[in-house]
Write a protein that binds this ligand. Structure first.
Ligand code: SF4
Length: 387
């Protein structure tokens, strides 16, 4: 396991209308004792080997005081095995950033991701405060601060019904603001967010959006990196480089404990991070155990975990049988299968069509076109001894 998503608090200071977190108005916070037990329990297993990234998320990470993180990072280091490489990462709405946070980020080397959906008209349509005001101005102040302090960051933008037909506007906004690494989440029906503004939008519009973003990125010849196309290329090159015929992209979301998701009370789940703590009729709560009571080992006999595991594996097998992208995908995102298809034991979802298949198709098509333009492969060069 190389990724643990920890919820220091479920609280978020804003209230995006596409958010899937049910408890984002609650201000509870993980206690020191709980964190000690979480990291002790985690490092006591042989799941963590050379490196691990802690993503502080599932609420707004900067709504928790810096002092809390200072202590939390110390606790983690105090229990970590010698030589383990530890990375901390915040995905933030940037509205609470100030000089003191920048000092902390620079001192601790936290990796920064900022959530902003594009220009204010697009962003403020969905990313609002609890009183309904837009948050773009405050997010942009945070971004300016990061830039003025020389702190590197990437951006994640949610594609909604308000942005789908405006890829150029969004791309221009990023370029004008010096944002050169970004990725897109297509608004999903997920958790308590049951209706996406993209419902009925039609695949051709989503395709046109990503195609245009790809063209714009390509025109800048590497000066801009778009996560979806980078991932697609990595998957394609990984497959090409593999020596085994049956090579399949290693998908952490379908591997039990490939990703560990931990809530502020020390409860945990695995598979997709969005599943943490959600209650469902079919499977019960996606909490498979607690670091305060039995830890990871006890979850191995938890019937809810075993059922999700069984269905997730059956879903991967369906993907293997039914999907031509399987070798480059490895079976998708269990959370999306459940939220869209009602069961983990399923294959294709809108998420995989938009975020896995489409970028792979766009990148492959571009590679094939480049090959056609450069002409047929050269004949083998003459072997030594030929004259
Ligand atoms: S792209 Fe979708 S259907 Fe295909 S293997 Fe991945 S999750 Fe399964």
């Amino acid at each position: 396991m190389t990724l643990a998503v920890i919820q220091p608090s479920p609280f978020c200071n804003i209230n995006c209308d596409y958010c899937y977190l049910p408890d984002r108005a609650k201000t509870d916070r993980m206690g020191e004792e709980t964190l000690h037990k979480v990291v002790k329990g985690l490092f006591a297993t042989d799941l963590v080997r050379e490196a691990i990234t802690f993503v502080w998320h599932a609420g707004e990470p900067l709504a928790v005081p810096r002092e809390w993180y200072g202590k939390a990072f110390e606790i983690i280091s105090s229990h970590a095995p010698a030589g383990l490489r530890i990375t901390h990462s915040f995905q933030t709405n940037a509205t609470l950033l100030n000089e003191e946070w920048c000092d902390f980020i620079q001192k601790t080397g936290v990796c920064m991701g900022v959530s902003i959906d594009g220009p204010s008209r697009i962003h403020d349509a969905h990313r609002k405060t609890r009183s309904g005001a837009g948050t773009h101005g405050r997010a942009m102040r945070g971004i300016s601060l990061l830039k003025s302090r020389g702190i590197d960051f990437h951006v994640i933008a949610v594609v909604t019904g308000d942005s789908l037909d405006h890829p150029d506007e969004i791309f221009d906004f990023f370029i004008e603001n010096g944002i050169t690494r970004f990725g897109f989440n297509v608004e999903e029906q997920e958790g308590i967010h049951e209706k996406s503004s993209l419902e009925g939008a039609g695949y051709d519009r989503i395709e046109a959006f990503f195609q245009r973003i790809f063209e714009r990125q390509k025109a800048l010849q590497g000066a801009v990196r778009v996560r979806e196309f980078d991932f697609a290329l990595q998957r394609i090159l990984g497959k090409r480089a593999a020596t085994r015929e049956d090579f399949v992209f290693e998908n952490e979301q379908v591997r039990p404990f490939g990703i560990l998701n931990i809530d502020w009370q020390g409860n945990f789940s695995t598979f997709s991070p969005e599943m943490l703590g959600l209650a469902t009729e079919k499977y019960g709560i996606f909490t498979f155990g607690s670091f305060l009571n039995g830890g990871l080992e006890a979850s191995l006999s938890n019937p809810a975990f075993l059922k999700v595991l069984e269905d997730t594996r059956a879903g991967v097998e369906r993907c293997r049988r039914e999907c031509g992208f399987f070798a480059l995908c490895g079976g998708g995102a269990p959370a999306n299968k459940f939220f869209e298809n009602g069961t983990f034991e399923s294959s294709e979802t809108a998420y995989c069509r938009n975020i896995i298949q489409l970028p792979i198709r766009i990148v492959l098509e571009d590679l094939e076109n480049s090959l056609v333009q450069t002409g047929p492969p050269l004949a083998n060069p003459a072997t030594p001894g030929d004259s």
